[in-house]
Design a protein around this ligand. Structure first.
Ligand code: SAM
Length: 380
């Protein structure tokens, strides 16, 4: 079978030159980037394919039947992913999130999960291993994911109204099947489960309260995400962003909330707990989160790196170029120590703070040679 050649990613986004490192590089200190941020969180995209066509992420008009996805030989193999993940763990990473595309579409993903679950930090701890999914295959796979060693899942769900949800995923996928997937994940013990809802003004803001009512008191943490200007194909405009502050105000009209402390440094979500009749946080009612990627820059403590489906390392969700680590992984002369030295050098050179800069000068128009890569490729 012949492979299709994919011009999209390679030609539009040439990779950045890899730093030259010495074989004797001192690896005794974990790297801090140019803004003194550590590297603790790695997101790995395992496929650039998805079975949904959400207009804010993979619009049908662009990702149609002729769209050239990466051929299999371009994807990192499970062994390559596990090897580079282990190098990252040696350089400070404590949390790995598998994403995509739709990660559950990657064949035998459980094998990769087993391999990653076996990794240990230098002080012998298991990783925080999680996965973001649209939930469409979760009912079928929740137990095998748990058995393979996955700890928890985040499920994307943009509303409970079936008509709105079918329209947003644009493949007529029913909401009931995602809810069944969430229930299966809960039954399998893949918790604490988070549910991400992208809020688009004029499309699904009427779903905010029904979603909050539905998940309140279930142990599931619902998070509202501002519609972001990621990629270059979703036709983003500020008018369609509903600021998180408005979301919190709307929730408060019916469900009193109190603000909670961040659970970890670099946490992207602002946490709000449901209050009891005394106005105090009631853990039995749970919490919601808001992710203000557009209206409130949170670059200051961003500790995340992203590995694309074909092994490029991106230092920011809004980056246009990455570093080709696959080239190193497929070079038999490269030892793990050399890979670690390269990761260190790349991280130490990092100064990205796209959201801060955007809030100062406004969003890019996302066209031209510096256009940003798609979220489905870099991993959401
Ligand atoms: N297919 C998986 C899923 O649906 O969760 C994982 C990949 S998806 C790119 C990861 C997350 O990014 C989802 O929660 C999705 O809603 C979110 N996302 C995609 N495009 C976005 C955008 N333009 N603004 C905000 N969130 C977005």
């Amino acid at each position: 079978m012949s492979e299709r050649v994919i011009p999209l990613v390679d030609q539009r986004h040439p990779s950045l030159p890899l730093p030259t490192v010495s074989a004797e590089q001192d690896l005794s200190d974990l790297p801090l980037d140019g803004l003194r941020r550590p590297l603790t969180d790695l997101r790995i995209s395992v496929t650039d394919r998805c079975n949904f066509r959400c207009s804010y992420c993979m619009p049908k008009e662009v990702f149609d039947k002729d769209y050239a996805y990466l051929p299999h030989s371009h994807l990192l193999s499970f062994e390559e992913i596990t090897r580079i993940a282990s190098v990252f763990v040696g350089r400070g990473v404590r949390k790995i999130r598998l994403t995509g595309g739709e990660p559950l579409l990657r064949k035998n993903i459980e094998i990769l999960i087993e391999q990653l679950a076996a990794l240990r930090t230098p002080d012998g701890q298991p990783l925080d291993l999680t996965l973001t999914t649209n939930g469409s295959l979760l009912a079928r796979k929740a137990q095998s994911l748990k058995d393979a060693g996955l700890q928890r899942v985040t499920v994307s769900l943009d509303g409970l109204d079936d008509a709105i949800f079918r329209k947003m995923n644009d493949v007529d996928f029913p909401v009931a099947d995602v809810l069944e997937g969430i229930a299966a994940a809960q039954a399998a013990g893949l918790g604490p489960i988070k549910v991400n809802m992208v809020v688009k003004r004029g499309t699904n803001e009427h779903e905010i309260l029904p979603m909050a009512r539905h998940f309140r008191g279930t142990g599931i943490v619902l998070r509202f995400i501002e519609y972001m200007d990621v990629g270059a194909t979703n036709g983003w405009c500020m008018d369609e962003v509903l600021p998180s502050a408005d979301v919190v105000r709307l929730l408060q009209t019916e469900l009193p909330l109190v603000q909670l402390d961040p659970s970890a440094p670099g946490e992207t979500a602002e946490r709000w707990g449901y209050a009891n009749a005394q106005g105090e946080y009631d853990p039995a009612l749970g919490e919601v989160g808001v992710i203000s990627s557009v209206t409130q820059a949170f670059c200051g403590d961003c500790n995340r790196a992203r590995l694309s489906t074909e092994g490029r390392l991106y230092l920011c969700l809004f980056a246009s170029q990455g570093y080709d680590l696959r080239q190193l992984l497929r070079d038999t002369a490269q030892s793990d120590a050399a890979l670690a030295a390269t990761v260190d050098a790349i991280w130490r050179g990092r100064t990205d703070q796209y959201s801060v800069l955007r809030s100062l000068r406004g969003p890019d128009t996302a066209s031209g040679p510096g256009r940003r890569v798609e979220m489905s490729y870099i991993g959401g």
